[in-house]
Design a protein. Structure first.
Length: 270
C-alpha cells in the first residue's frame, strides 16, 4: 500500500489489531522495569521522510544498555560511548572513505589535491579520521532510513521484544518499497536483516548474483531495488565479511545506477 507520509502510514497502522497487542506488551514491560528507547524515541525512524528514503539500513533491536538507544538503528546520541558494533561501522566507513571521495570526483567537475592527511575538493576539506560521535542523524537528513526490525528492548535483555514488533516493521519495509520516490537500496548486515527483507516481501527469493560492484539488483513489490549483504558489524562476525565490504560507497553506486540524477549520500559524520 502506498502512503505519502509516515503520519499517514502510522494512522493506518494504529487501526490494525496487532498495534494494540504491541502497545500493551511494551507498556506492561515498562511497568516492570526499564525499556529502551524512551517512548518519545520509539518511532524516530520517521525522521527520514517516507518519500525521500533512498537507503535503508536494517538493524535488529535497540542497544539494551542505559543511555544508548536513541531510536535510530545503530546510532547513539552525542557524548555517548560507541558500542562495539557502531565502532566497527565507523571503522568500515573510515576505510571506505577514499572510495567515496573518488565517487565525488567522478560525478563532479573539479580536482583533488593531497595535502598531508587532508583532502581538498573544490575548497571543501575533509579529514578521513574515525568519527568520535556515534550520532547518525546526519544520514537521516539525506534519505537514509535507520530501522531496527524490533523497536524496543528490555534493559540488559537483547532480543527480548523481537517477536513483538515484527508485523509492524514488516509493514514499514513494505511501505518504503511501495512509496519511496526513489528505487531504494538496502544495506543488509547479517542473516537476520536479509531474512527480514525476504519476510516483508512475502518471502520471495532475492534472486540474482552481485554485479562487478558487489550490488544485487532484484524486483520487490514491483520496484527495481538493489541491496548489498555482508556479515553483521558485531565483534563476533565483523571479521567474517563485514570489514572490507564497502557498504557506503556501494550504496552510492547503486543509487546512481538505479536512479539517474539522484544525489549520492554524504556519509561523512565529522
Amino acid at each position: 500500500m502506498r502512503f505519502d507520509t509516515w503520519a499517514e502510514f502510522l494512522e493506518h497502522q494504529r487501526r490494525q489489531p496487532y498495534m494494540r497487542q504491541i502497545s500493551e506488551a511494551v507498556q506492561h514491560d515498562r511497568l516492570l522495569g526499564p525499556v529502551y528507547p524512551r517512548p518519545e524515541d520509539v518511532f524516530r525512524f520517521t525522521e527520514t521522510p517516507l518519500r525521500d528514503v533512498k537507503v535503508i539500513i536494517l538493524g535488529q533491536d535497540p542497544y539494551h544498555g542505559p543511555g544508548q538507544a536513541d531510536g535510530l538503528a545503530f546510532s547513539v546520541r552525542e557524548g555517548v560511548g560507541l558500542p562495539p558494533s557502531l565502532r566497527n561501522i565507523l571503522r568500515e566507513l573510515d576505510d571506505d572513505y577514499f572510495e567515496l571521495i573518488r565517487q565525488v570526483v567522478r560525478q563532479a567537475s573539479g580536482h583533488v589535491n593531497r595535502n598531508g592527511d587532508y583532502l581538498v575538493f573544490d575548497g571543501v576539506t575533509g579529514l578521513p579520521n574515525l568519527p568520535t560521535s556515534g550520532d547518525l542523524t546526519p544520514w537521516t537528513r539525506q534519505g537514509v532510513l535507520l530501522l531496527n526490525t524490533t523497536l524496543t528492548v528490555r534493559r540488559g535483555e537483547a532480543g527480548s521484544h523481537c517477536d513483538i514488533w515484527q508485523p509492524f516493521t514488516d509493514e514499514v519495509i513494505r511501505a518504503v518499497c511501495d512509496s519511496a520516490a526513489y528505487q531504494p537500496h538496502f544495506i543488509l548486515w547479517g542473516s537476520k536483516a536479509r531474512a527480514a527483507l525476504m519476510r516483508a516481501c512475502d518471502r520471495r527469493l532475492l534472486i540474482g548474483l552481485p554485479d562487478d560492484n558487489g550490488i544485487t539488483f532484484t524486483t520487490l513489490r514491483g520496484r527495481r531495488v538493489t541491496f548489498t549483504h555482508s556479515a553483521h558489524p558485531s565483534p563476533l562476525s565483523a571479521n567474517k565479511g563485514f570489514f572490507g565490504s564497502r557498504p557506503f560507497s556501494r550504496a552510492n553506486t547503486a543509487l546512481l545506477l538505479n536512479n539517474p540524477g539522484c544525489s549520492a549520500v554524504d556519509w561523512k559524520l565529522s
